[in-house]
Design a protein around this ligand. Sequence first.
Ligand code: PLP
Length: 366
Amino acid sequence: GGSNSVLNFGAGPAKLPREVLLEVQGELLNYQNMGMSIMEMSHRSPEYSKINADAQKAVRELMNVPDNYRVLFIQGGGTGAFAAVAMNLLNRTGSADYLVTGTWSRKAAKEARKYGNVKLVFPEPELGTIPDQSTWTFDPEASYVYYCANETVDGVEFGFIPETHDVPLIADMSSSIMTKEIDVKKFGVIIAGAQKNIGPAGVTVIIVRDDLLGNPMTICPSILDFTHISKENSVHNTPATFSVYVMNKVFDWIKRNGGVKEMEKQANEKSKLLYDTIDNSDGFYYCPISEECRSRMNVPFRVGFNKGNVALEAEFLDHALKYNMHQLKGHRSVGGMRASLYNAVTLEDVQALVKYMKEFQKEKAA
Ligand code: PLP
């Protein structure tokens, strides 16, 4: 419902569940009869303290987070967390291993180089591929191994958890958190900006194993210091209170809708429908990503025979707007289209997209 609803395939900030936005709208001016908005209330008030506690508890429940992990909410986005990971964890040996598989892991490695030694586990691969694990080389001195579970720009997703032989594994799940059941025990730290699958921009979720706290670099600013933030229960300074409040409502929505298990099932179904449409288009649509690492969240594709036709792609986008389909344009560094299929995007949304794709093909490829 809601007269302003469009089919939103944006990569982030992304579509939020309509029910959540309606709930937010309903209490926007008067939160729990306090006569003011949650935005206007102290982050030390009982009301916000409850939201902070509930949201942490929800992350634990939804992801089955073991007791020896802390759940933190910080600011600074995914990019802030790139620096935070380095400054909190590099102290042990001064060196870290990075798996660079696309734009975001490349940026994370670049950021970490400011604070220590960064080694690549494999030479940067061709776009749309992840080198076979048997070819990787780890540095035995690495403080941690870092990777990006889903490369939002490139459309590359790991279908497995890298094996790091007891070296702490750090994962950027900014575009895949709560879209797949994972075994948190396998990770040292998980970082995730909220603005794709679990909430609005402004808050970043950090899940960190206890034993990795306590040894930040002395230059680490307190707002990125996991140890400090953990001690202060994520109210070390003024948090992004409104973002955390909305995120907490998205967590409730995920719970009501079958939890992460159901999000995973839907993600598989939605992405399969789109990839099948691309693959069965006799070459009119083209996805450059190897099958085994195709993202369930971000599907890049070209429009027009011979791997894309820029004029047809402009037309595709233009016609899409007539069908109320928004934000399908690919990332500026990749071109073509990108359809993002985060948790709030429904199977019906994707069915409408593939219906449009088939019609467009029929019209243009005749
Ligand atoms: N990591 C991933 C996988 C992303 O998709 C993004 C943003 O799109 C980032 C990190 C950077 O996040 P932010 O823009 O919040 O700094």
